[in-house]
Design a protein. Structure first.
Lengths: 219, 219
């Protein structure tokens, strides 16, 4: 059943999270395929990015540079890109009843800037409310893996970006923050053990998506 | 007497504000000359900008583009640039006892985004505290002019940037916001009638600076 057949109902916002090398690209394609089997053709997008301007902000964020970026600069650039992405792409799509599948969103900010950089969670939470009001993802899939394994994979892909250059300790804090968020709201968060074989990862995703879809279609 | 002779005392932070075409460049050169006569060689900088990264953010802010920039994106980009400018340039200079003379600062945000775009002042104030803690300029010179006259001058300078393309109504609100801020704290703010002849404008600045310097040197 396609939600898009009813332009008056609000769409659904699904985000996918995880540290470097966790297999996000492959698994997002699989999540999309799961949605397709329900007749849903989601808007595919990513953060930071998703619009021309937000992609320009993404480039500022990821590019390694001589001038060290202040932590507050990083946090505000991320939310600036997010405000633009929401205003120009995500909210209009949801308002039209479309489903949106987004590679990373605000959970990444809690994980990377809150966990990784140890920034104050209440600062992130205040910016979240400022930029998103009460908009939160309907479902967050967190792909979870040992940072050692993920980083090994990610570093085979070529030049590391500004985040990929971080230490193993950093990514351990990021992972812990993701896990903590998942544990606080097990209905809205789906924690996927992405260290298993692709088959098993896909099975976990499919089962979790089926449970979400049956809840969603029941409401 | 140069403040720089005593590296243990904190420097002084002076900002210059005003709408388009008010003669900021000429008058900032004059303010610098006034400081030089007291033996002070200020760090010259500007907002948005002041560091390589902040200048890249400035370019995003000023460039006219097809994709309309959300107001919240603009506000967060401005504070992102400011956080970087403070961390990498302004605060280190002040900590070393240097004086900093900055072309625009947070009063411009209250005037352009608060006044011009009618964004909530409490939102700006919250971001100000987040990014600056209790750092505020020691002296703000506001160059005040009828927006009609200023815009006429500014538009002779070539292609207008994203702000210069705004309406006269917008600049009237910006000016009113600047005037309101000046009236609330006449000690810290110096409102200069920049519609007069250059001689008279320079005389106002010189007199105001002399009063500020005598207060400053007395403390």
């Amino acid at each position: 059943m396609s939600n898009q057949s009813n332009p008056h109902s609000r769409g659904c916002f699904i985000t996918v999270e995880g540290t470097e090398g966790v297999g996000k690209t492959t698994n997002i394609a699989w999540i999309r395929q799961c949605l397709t089997s329900y007749g849903i053709d989601p808007v595919m997008t990513r953060e930071p990015g998703g619009t021309n301007l937000s992609e320009e902000i993404r480039a500022l964020l990821l590019e390694p540079r001589e001038e060290p970026m202040a932590e507050m600069t990083e946090l505000l650039l991320i939310f600036a890109a997010r405000a633009q992405h929401l205003a120009r792409k995500i909210v209009p799509a949801l308002d039209q009843g479309q489903w949106v599948l987004c590679d990373r969103f605000t959970d990444a900010t809690y994980a990377y800037q809150g966990g990784g950089r140890s920034l104050d969670k209440s600062t992130i939470s205040h910016l979240e409310t400022l930029v998103q009001a009460d908009l939160r993802p309907d479902l967050v899939l967190i792909l979870d893996i040992e940072p050692e394994i993920g980083l090994q994979r990610a570093r085979q892909r070529g030049e590391p970006d500004r985040f990929e250059q971080e230490t193993l300790q950093f990514f351990r804090r990021v992972r812990a923050a993701y896990q903590e968020r998942a544990s606080q709201d097990p209905t809205r968060y789906l924690l996927i053990d992405a260290g298993q074989s692709l088959d098993k990862v896909q099975h976990q995703i499919q089962t979790g998506m089926a449970a979400f879809m049956s809840r969603r279609l029941a409401t």
